[in-house]
Design a protein around this ligand. Structure first.
Ligand code: ATP
Length: 137
């Protein structure tokens, strides 16, 4: 079964968007395989976004991700990675179309509400960072 890693970022959790985001994944046809609400430390945030280490906004991104609880989830179903990215929308909410999570709920790239894995390899890596096997359905 194909799986992807999705994380409601701290701004999404603070704004009460866990429910609407879960609803969209369920309505699309995804099946929930794991869910965990937790505050992540800088080490995990830096590892998760390791490929962005050289970007000028990296420090700000790690501050943002560790500023409050995140809701980490594994969603599964056909073409899980591509289907999740389609309902999440483009990275910048300014460009994300209406009907997408970022397009409907976000205003600015520094608060884009949700993360979704960009490939099957990233999904496997990110699932391994956030979940123990015995917490997956
Ligand atoms: P994510 O990995 O969170 O799903 P993405 O794959 O759509 O997002 P990336 O280019 O991997 O986009 O960027 C990762 C995250 O870094 C973005 O979601 C956003 O929070 C942040 N980010 C990206 N570009 C910028 C920027 N120019 N300024 C501030 N933050 C940014």
């Amino acid at each position: 079964v194909e799986q992807t890693f999705v994380m409601v970022k701290p701004d999404g959790v603070k704004r009460g968007l866990i429910g609407p985001i879960i609803t969209r994944f369920e309505q699309k046809g995804f099946e929930l395989a794991a869910i965990s609400l937790r505050t992540i430390d800088r080490n995990l945030a830096e590892t998760h976004y390791g490929e962005l280490k050289s970007k000028p906004f990296f420090g700000e991104l790690v501050d943002y991700l560790t500023s409050g609880p995140v809701c980490a989830m594994i969603w599964q179903g056909p073409h899980a990675v591509e289907n999740a990215r389609a309902i999440i929308g483009k990275t910048n909410p300014v460009e994300a179309g209406p009907g997408t999570i970022r397009g409907d709920f976000g205003m600015d790239i520094s608060g884009n509400i949700v993360h979704g894995s960009d490939s099957d390899a990233s999904a496997a890596r990110e699932i391994g960072l956030f979940f123990d096997r015995d917490h997956v359905a």
